[in-house]
Design a protein around this ligand. Structure first.
Ligand SMILES: NC(=O)c1ccc[n+]([C@@H]2O[C@H](COP(=O)([O-])OP(=O)(O)OC[C@H]3O[C@@H](n4cnc5c(N)ncnc54)[C@H](O)[C@@H]3O)[C@@H](O)[C@H]2O)c1
Length: 489
């Protein structure tokens, strides 16, 4: 997938833009709001920040984002279209109909609607069989769930294609067999939301007490096991049968007000807004978004250590990012250019320059790229073999600031069955003056046995080819340097 179209660039459309662009897919986006480019830009900035914390795996080069003036131009010549316009059936139907008239018959259209029925949304489309629901969750760039639900005329191929697109973005498509208002996840959220509004309306609890009741308790376990598995455990050794025997009768008690909805009076609205303002305590939406993202990243990373639920999905996405660098013949006249990076603001120290520790991080990322280039990919690592860095000599020669685009050039200086000796130099993209250099020695190890071991033959062959090509390059001036001061006369 190389290019997709987006209709609508608000909270959700912006999140989709971030998810696609950061996964290397070009995006054409239509939104009539003149402020949309700024808003989408801010969502993508948040997403970049979150992805930098989420993973050390090498992200693909970012896709290009282009704003276009009509829905037709967003759908023309793309491979997939995601609609995220306001939740109004007439608006969505009109948009989908217009865009479907220009898109190829095999282009799948997905709607982000939170609960409108696909059979109605596809009604005016050309080739309605290629339309499905693709209902995501905010923030789209971090939460993996997307509900996939077809209408009466949707073809099975469309559902499979949409699921495939979402899986390629590291998401978890949840296929729903029946079309119902609100689908599954929003039905559940709506039930909780109604109860929460009743508790506020009846002055039983404030919005903050309700949020605390979730985030210190059930919210933590929902993130790993949902509801049914947790209740099975809650039933003790006899599982679900015992749980139902113990808590089933409570279903008849007057605990829940779910059959009824609180009237949204001005008084209730004012109360909600005032309590919500007090809870936010002056924090802006952007600040709250970043706090939310940091916490979600922590949860996802913790789940990854357990290889469980959304954490297992994150690990799988990273494995795909760690695929071997495309095999190509090294140009014998040039060092390798395998790693580029743009300096993010949080890498800057109190002097306004790139912090020392980040040089090592950038060189380490270049080493990872070099190792993938010679065939040390996720499967090689899983088989219990790797190269470990055993020595580094880093020289600081210039300074980088936030926003600089940097590239690392890498030259192999030597190798044997167990060792690899490389020299990296860091440059502003296209500038031959180095900002820093790093000379490193890597030792090949059997990670299960915990000791040095010869690299696999195919890896050694690729290292040898590289070393032979690089033997023609002049030896870097700083290679073999040690730290010292000239002796006094
Ligand atoms: N906000 C959520 O938490 C959430 C979660 C999942 C799904 N959704 C669904 O996503 C969709 C978008 O919701 P949102 O929260 O991003 O709303 P939003 O108001 O933030 O964004 C809607 C965007 O659509 C644009 N727009 C207006 N008319 C348009 C048109 N004719 N064509 C294209 N764009 C148009 C608006 O300018 C705006 O930027 C809705 O269907 C909503 O139900 C929202």
């Amino acid at each position: 997938m190389t290019e997709v179209g987006l209709l609508g660039g608000g909270v959700i459309g912006g999140g989709w833009a971030a998810r696609f662009v950061l996964n290397g897919v070009d995006v054409r986006i239509f939104d009539p709001d003149p402020e949309a480019p700024r808003k989408v830009g801010e969502v993508i900035d948040n997403a970049r920040r979150a992805f930098r914390k989420l993973t050390l795996a090498p992200l693909p080069a970012e896709g290009r984002l282009t704003f276009v003036p009509t829905p037709e131009e967003a759908a023309e010549s793309v491979e997939f279209v995601q609609e995220s316009a306001p939740e109004r059936e007439d608006v969505k139907r009109g948009l989908l109909a217009a865009a479907s008239r220009v898109a190829g018959a095999d282009v799948v259209f997905a709607s982000s609607t939170s609960g409108l029925l696909p059979s109605r949304l596809q009604a005016d489309m050309r080739h309605p069989e290629r339309m499905t629901i693709g209902h995501p969750f905010n923030p789209v760039y971090l939460l993996p769930l997307v509900e996939v639900c077809g209408g009466e005329r949707t073809s099975p191929e469309t559902l499979e294609r949409a699921a495939e697109v979402y899986r390629a973005l590291g998401m978890q498509p949840l296929r729903l067999d029946r079309e119902i208002d609100g689908f599954v996840a929003d039905r559940l959220l709506e039930a909780l939301w109604r109860e929460a509004l009743w508790l506020v309306a009846d002055d039983v609890a404030t919005v903050e007490q309700i949020d605390d009741a979730i985030r210190y308790g059930a919210g933590l376990r929902w993130s790993c096991m949902g509801t049914f598995l947790i209740y099975r455990i809650g039933g003790g050794e006899a599982g679900m049968r015992q749980f139902m025997a113990q808590f089933g009768p409570a279903l008849q008690w007057p605990w829940s007000k779910l059959t009824d909805v609180p009237e949204l009076t001005d008084e209730l609205l004012e109360k909600l807004v005032a309590q919500s303002d007090a809870q936010a305590a002056g924090r802006s939406i952007r600040e709250l978004e970043q706090q939310r993202d940091d916490c979600l990243v922590s949860v996802l990373q913790a789940l990854r250590t357990q290889r469980y639920g959304a954490g297992a999905l994150l690990e799988e996405w990273e494995r795909r990012l760690l695929r071997p660098v495309e095999e190509r013949e090294p140009d014998p006249t040039q060092p390798l250019h395998l790693h580029t990076v743009r300096v993010p603001p949080e890498w800057i120290d109190y002097n306004g320059h790139l912090h020392e520790s980040r040089y090592l991080q950038v060189f380490n990322d270049a080493t990872d790229a070099l190792l993938r280039f010679v065939g040390v990919d996720a499967d090689y690592l899983a088989a219990g073999a790797s190269y470990f860095t055993v020595e580094t000599h880093l020289s600081h020669l210039g300074q980088a600031v936030a926003g600089d685009s940097l590239e690392v050039r890498t030259q192999v200086l030597g190798f044997d069955a167990k060792r690899l000796h490389a020299f990296h130099s860091l440059h502003r993209t296209g500038d031959d003056q180095p900002l820093a250099t790093a000379e490193q020695m890597y030792l090949h190890v059997d990670t299960s046995a915990g000791r040095a071991s010869p690299a696999r033959d195919d890896v050694l062959a690729r290292v040898a080819a590289l070393a032979e090509a690089h033997a023609n390059l002049s030896r870097p001036e700083r290679a073999g340097r040690s730290i010292g001061m000239p002796a006094r006369a």
